[in-house]
Design a binder for this molecule. Structure first.
Ligand code: 6R9
Length: 675
């Protein structure tokens, strides 16, 4: 197991400074969308599941539902059964009457001499319709088909997602920074025969060739048995091709050319069942291939809309900036679907927060008048390091800030609050996952006080519980860590894993469901895979993953994926990756490998192994170090002791290793790594 946090009841000492409350300013409460503490009563388990009607009522339905929650196929929950709606209609069309001239998307390109685009709801409507026309009439796509997108951070990404949603087509967006190999596997798993990509995009001052990545993806998918018939290419500069990759006739098409035939075409939104599938989002699990997390239309959209309104506290007149990439769940839920469902103005930016300099983010905030800001601990640590005094130089005013993706140290939280927020903004620390669609734990900013380093209680409608390894509840305030579970299902929860119901059931319910035939939701606590402690006031502190997943800069990477990549190198006999502590990124992968007999360790070989990881998985998975060791520390039954390797990387205590099959190797590795 990689840096395993004990989820089975280890004692957790709470430091005094982690238990301080910080109260939201009156100026925030005065304008907040939700200030009534009765909301928690309204969403108590006594009112479950009917309380979630309040979520669904934020949407426009073509046909109202008859059953709030159907549990007959437990644990594949069906929400708002009988209801029909369209997600694209809810995010665009319905706002036109009131907001057609309001900005839907502010787009900030990386080169600072390129103009910022302020796309109105009317313009978004036109572009979504025309794109949907291409997908329907040129590609022949229809409801239920899957399409893989590997688009960078440009407006064409949300436009393409909404065009799919308009037709009931299931989109599967793969993070643009992922390798062609990783994208190809996801094309294959989802069974897409269309890939939508872009020729190039900017990052760190360079225009990266992205079409070439798509070509590899198509080849990989083909080898796996999935034919891609068409590759649609958006152009970073419409009318100009910014890639060196050759175009394949009859397969590759420029969107810009296709769209000409569909100018001003209106595509009627397809009325979809609430339980239809909106999108797939692949995420890393502990074993094997990444899993296609499957999200519904009605349940998911109503969940993210309510959370955007109540936890993000977005009003139509706000300028809201979530710095995540839309290729991750945070971007799907809290850049695109949630904010647009409630007629927000949402900011998208290309490139890095610190390029060309540490002032970029605050300059954008000032120029656009951003007042709600959303980012990750890794980004905050980076801001603090590269420009600790930078925010004060800019004239922006945040009233609300979010942190998401990994635990935030109380010290980092305080810098965020005092320096970025200038002591005037509330902070919500939102804990949730790809699988959960939207937030699980967070304070309600207009009601509850904040506690640095603690996500807070369950959001309204979410009832967390901490269980030990035997399934006993660890009471709040016991100071003991355990596995955090949610007692009840909720509308934003994934429907299943695409094509793999068994994996869905075993991963999230295998440990704690006592009766797999039960149709009662009370028998199916959802196990998140994180260790946590709850203090006496019900505030949850997340400690980290309990499975073989490494959280690098807020992104989930499966240790198995990284290790399999290392094993593609001929000389490598065994590979083990662990999470090493990092000042900025929280944790980063450290890779240990042993070689086949007769093979020699060398710097070149280490580089070759490292390159294999970035080619197969993606650059974000590149190991900090590749340690070529004489042998792996192993138990007598032959299991690699990743815990021991993690202690060596993190300069901690390796503990008692005398029961290992090869205790002597531990000291050799320690000397090699620590010097
Ligand atoms: C939204 C997102 C999920 C994993 C999750 C946990 C970690 C997310 C956190 C947090 C502490 C927070 N995580 N938010 N840990 N505090 N506020 O990040 O989804 O990419 O699926 O990752 O991230 O370990 O289990 P995803």
């Amino acid at each position: 197991m990689s840096e395993k946090v004990n989820g089975g009841g280890a004692h957790y000492a709470v430091h005094w400074q982690e238990e301080q409350y910080v109260h939201p300013p009156a100026s925030f409460i005065g304008q907040a969308n939700m200030t009534d503490p009765a909301v928690f009563e309204r969403f108590s388990l006594d009112n479950f599941p009917e309380c979630f009607k309040e979520f669904a009522d934020l949407l426009d339905w073509d046909q109202y539902w008859h059953t709030t929650l159907d549990t007959s196929d437990a644990p594949c929950w069906k929400w708002f059964v009988g209801g029909k709606l369209n997600a694209s209609y809810n995010c665009v069309d319905r706002h036109l009457a009131k907001y057609k001239n309001k900005t839907a998307i502010h787009y900030v390109p990386e080169p600072e001499d390129e103009p910022i685009i302020h796309m109105t709801y009317q313009e978004l409507y036109r572009r979504v319709n025309e794109t949907a026309a291409v997908l329907r009439d040129f590609c022949g796509l229809k409801a239920g088909d899957r399409v893989t997108l590997q688009l960078p951070m440009t407006p064409e990404l949300p436009i393409t997602m909404l065009a799919c949603a308009r037709l009931g087509v299931i989109h599967s967006q793969v993070f643009a920074g992922f390798s062609g190999q990783a994208c190809g596997e996801r094309i294959w798993d989802s069974g897409s025969n269309i890939l939508i990509t872009m020729d190039a995009y900017y990052r760190n001052g360079k225009l990266l060739d992205h079409k070439a990545v798509g070509d590899i993806a198509v080849e990989v998918a083909k080898k796996e048995g999935q034919q891609v018939d068409k590759v649609l290419i958006w152009q970073r500069y419409p009318g100009k091709y910014s890639s060196n990759a050759p175009l394949i006739e009859g397969r590759d098409y420029f969107m810009n050319d296709l769209l000409k035939q569909y100018a001003r075409t209106i595509v009627e939104p397809v009325s979809m069942p609430a339980e239809g599938i909106l999108f797939l989002m692949y995420t890393s699990g502990s074993t094997g291939r990444p899993k296609g997390v499957q999200h519904s239309i009605g349940g998911y959209l109503s969940y993210v809309a309510w959370m955007s309104k109540v936890i993000q506290d977005i009003h139509p007149e706000d300028v809201y900036w979530c710095m995540a990439d839309i290729g991750w769940i945070t971007g799907h839920s809290f850049i695109v679907y949630g904010p647009l469902a409630i007629a927000a103005s949402t900011v998208i930016y290309e490139g890095l927060p610190t390029y060309p300099d540490a002032g970029r983010v605050w300059r954008i905030a000032e120029e656009l008048g951003v007042n709600i800001f959303h980012t990750s601990p890794t980004a905050i640590r980076g801001f603090r390091k590269s420009g600790p005094d930078e925010p004060a130089k800019y004239n922006y005013n945040f009233k609300h800030m979010t942190t998401v993706g990994e635990p935030i140290e109380p010290e980092v939280w305080k810098w965020y609050y005092n320096v970025v927020g200038k002591g005037k903004a509330v902070v919500v620390d939102t804990w949730w996952q790809t699988e959960t669609g939207g937030f699980l734990c967070s304070t309600v900013p207009g009601i509850s006080p904040m506690k640095p380093g603690s996500a807070g209680p369950g959001v309204p409608g979410i009832h967390p519980v901490i269980l030990d390894n035997e399934g006993n509840e660890i009471p709040a305030g016991a100071g003991k860590a355990g596995n955090i579970c949610i007692r009840n299902p909720w509308p934003g929860l994934m429907q299943t894993i695409w094509k793999d119901r068994d994996r869905y059931v075993s991963t999230y319910y295998g440990k704690y469901c006592k009766d797999p035939n039960s149709k009662d939701w009370r028998d199916w606590p959802y196990m998140a895979g994180d260790a946590a402690v709850v203090s006496a006031d019900g505030y949850v502190r997340i400690l980290g993953r309990v499975d073989d997943v490494i959280n690098v800069a807020g992104h989930r990477l499966g240790t198995k994926e990284i290790e399999s990549a290392a094993l593609t190198i001929e000389e490598v006999a065994e590979a083990a990756v662990i999470a090493a502590k990092d000042e900025i990124k929280g944790t980063v992968p450290d890779l240990y490998v042993s070689l086949k007999p007769g093979c020699q360790a060398s710097d070149e070989l280490a580089v070759k192994i490292s390159n294999a990881v970035s080619t197969v998985v993606g650059k974000i998975a590149r190991p900090r170090n590749v340690h070529i060791v004489p042998d792996m520390p192993k138990t007598r039954s032959g299991k690699i002791m990743r815990r021991v390797l993690a202690s060596i990387s993190n300069r901690g205590d390796v503990g008692d290793v005398t029961s290992l099959a090869n205790p002597d190797v531990v000291e050799k590795i320690r000397k090699q790594v620590q010097g």
